[in-house]
Design a protein around this ligand. Structure first.
Ligand code: ZN
Length: 173
């Protein structure tokens, strides 16, 4: 599927009229014939944490669900509409691992594709965070957590391409 292919929604979410493809600002968009609604699509924002312990080990989580079930991921998740990324990341850490984290800096922003299907492009914001106080309890969509030495990062078992990019940037810091 092409990156700007947005042919899968057929009806206008505003008036239920037919959507048709039209080139607007150099890209094909779905436009409603009846009310003129333009269905703009954007990458979905996520926030993730690079959490290290006192030995400099990195915390990774093993995905319990598809896509990429069984592969290693950074702890994090999708942001809600209007949610501040830092607040969203703190919320996710509470939901996913049962911990409060202290964020120290932003590493970067990375574009990727979650599942290779319609509307699955992601905009991933990564932060560095301090080792959490309290016990890590995997919940929700995580089935295992593990601390990895910087020299033992499971590069070939990472869930998404952007993880390789962010971890390389982090190691260069
Ligand atoms: Zn409409």
């Amino acid at each position: 599927m092409k990156s700007n292919d947005c042919t899968q929604f057929r009806f206008c979410p505003q008036c239920a009229g037919r959507l048709t493809a039209k080139k607007i600002d150099h890209l094909p968009r779905q436009v409603c014939k009846d009310c003129g609604f333009i269905f703009y699509q954007n990458s979905k924002p996520t926030a993730s944490a690079i959490i290290t312990d006192s030995k400099g080990q990195l915390l990774l989580v093993r995905r319990k669900m598809n896509p990429r079930k069984g592969y290693w991921d950074l702890p994090g998740g999708f942001l809600e509409e209007g949610e501040n990324p830092i607040n969203g990341l703190k919320r996710e850490m509470k939901e996913e691992l049962g911990i409060d984290i202290e964020i120290s800096s932003q590493i970067g922003i990375y574009i990727d594709d979650y599942s290779g299907s319609y509307q699955s492009k992601t905009l991933n914001i990564a932060y560095e965070a301090k080792s959490p106080k309290g016990k890590i309890t995997p919940m929700d969509d995580v089935n295992e957590v593990r601390w990895f030495l910087k020299t033992k990062i499971p590069w070939r078992k990472l869930a998404f391409p952007w993880l390789r990019a962010v971890l390389k940037d982090w190691l260069k810091k």
